[in-house]
Design a protein around this ligand. Structure first.
Ligand SMILES: Nc1ccn([C@@H]2O[C@H](COP(=O)(O)O)[C@@H](O)[C@H]2O)c(=O)n1
Ligand SMILES: C[C@@]1(CO)OP(=O)(O)OP(=O)(O)OC[C@H]1O
Length: 160
């Protein structure tokens, strides 16, 4: 049995914060603003996983009004989400992610992100794809005001 989920997230770029994408810190003059570490890619992955098991979204599980999640490591949030998926009896089929960012260039860091996401989802790197696109200087991503990420995940029932 298969289930599919999709996730989408946006965070604003600001000075004075590290840029963390897919669990990897990327050298850049700005970082993403948020209650947590604002890892927009891991948030989209977590939302896709929650969607696949009809378990709501990360705001429901980790409210941004809760001081416990202030500056939270999004990798830890995703590990918690993945435990919920596993508890339902599923493993990863595959996951495909898109980062929408005018800058910085993500290409040099894509494989590290794939490896980290695979580790968090207890899967092989070849089950994880991460890609990046600009929005051709259009809209908030194109103006460099923020970064968006979207994800589609397929999970499959273990042993079926
Ligand atoms: N932040 C980004 C955006 C894009 N890339 C890579 O560049 C390719 C071309 O991007 P277009 O938006 O012009 O289609 C894209 O396919 C990515 O490989 C990137 O590394 N980082
Ligand atoms: C992750 C959480 C919780 O710290 O906060 P943010 O980092 O602001 O992220 P967002 O994607 O806006 O929503 C989920 C939040 O509840």
């Amino acid at each position: 049995m298969f289930r599919i989920g999709q996730g989408f997230d946006v965070h604003q770029l600001t000075e004075g914060r590290p840029l963390i994408m897919g669990g990897i810190t990327i050298p850049y003059e700005k970082g993403l603003m948020g209650h947590s570490d604002a890892d927009v890619l891991l948030h989209a992955v977590a939302d896709a996983c929650l969607g696949a098991v009809a378990a709501g979204d990360i705001g429901k599980h980790f409210p941004d009004t809760d001081p416990e999640f202030k500056d939270a490591d999004s990798a830890k949030l995703l590990q918690h989400v993945w435990m919920l998926v596993k508890d339902e009896g599923y493993e990863l089929g595959n996951i495909d992610c898109t980062i929408i960012a005018q800058k910085p260039k993500m290409a040099p860091y894509i494989d590290q992100m794939r490896e980290r996401i695979a580790e968090l989802l207890e899967a092989d790197t070849n089950q994880v794809n991460v890609k990046a696109t600009t929005s051709e200087k259009l809209g908030f991503t194109g103006r460099g005001e923020g970064i968006a990420a979207q994800t589609t995940v397929l999970i499959q029932k273990i042993g079926v």
